[in-house]
Design a protein around this ligand. Sequence first.
Ligand code: SF4
Length: 249
Amino acid sequence: MFNNSKPDSQDEIAIEFAAKPFSANFPVRVKDELAESRRLRLTEVFYSLQGESKTLGEPTIFIRLTGCPLRCVYCDTEYAFYGGKWLGFDDVFAILDTYNTKNICVTGGEPLAQPNCVNLLTELCEKNFDVSLETSGAMDISKVDTRVSRVLDIKTPGSAEVNKNLWTNIEHLTAHDQVKFVICSKSDFDWAKEVVEKYKLTNKCLVLFSPSHQQVKETELATWILEEQLNVRFQMQLHKVLWNDEPGR
Ligand code: SF4
């Protein structure tokens, strides 16, 4: 649903984004002409249903930042590793204003790989958006505004990036945050279970277990969780069910 009460110039931007969410359709901006602390390289901005986490199924605007220092074996957003376009924060806010939702999800790539992401998150909170951040667990979350629900994706051995986990992040979790494990095998499940127990994660915040697409059957993971009586939330990625992982949805 679009808010049609905006000035024409904003409507033009929004309609362009809604129809073609990819970087080629972003406004053309010259990096050096944007304020240094209020610019980011973005791959896409799009409106969809939240595909995972505690706001699953809620209409949400996704801001996908470009770039990621990790290379998880199951990555489904490799198109965000390179390219993208520079945008100023005010360009981003103009787009957000055209949608009828307060839910914003900042994602990537690895959004925290761009230091200005922290500034954007705080400005979004100041504007009273309900903000979540999807982050790999490899970057320091301590500077992220605690009004943001930080979804920390702890990398399992099956991701091939387990050595990138920054374990000190766990000290900074609040009840507003979420921890996610993408499970690639039974041994990944056993590893994740040990991590949950070692750090008492279920006492800190919501813990999510997702099956890695095409590596673990959904029913297998559901069965393992029940057999072990883990107080974690099983989740399937709704966007894959609805749209088969089509970019921009
Ligand atoms: S951290 Fe996320 S974006 Fe980066 S490689 Fe892993 S799955 Fe892909």
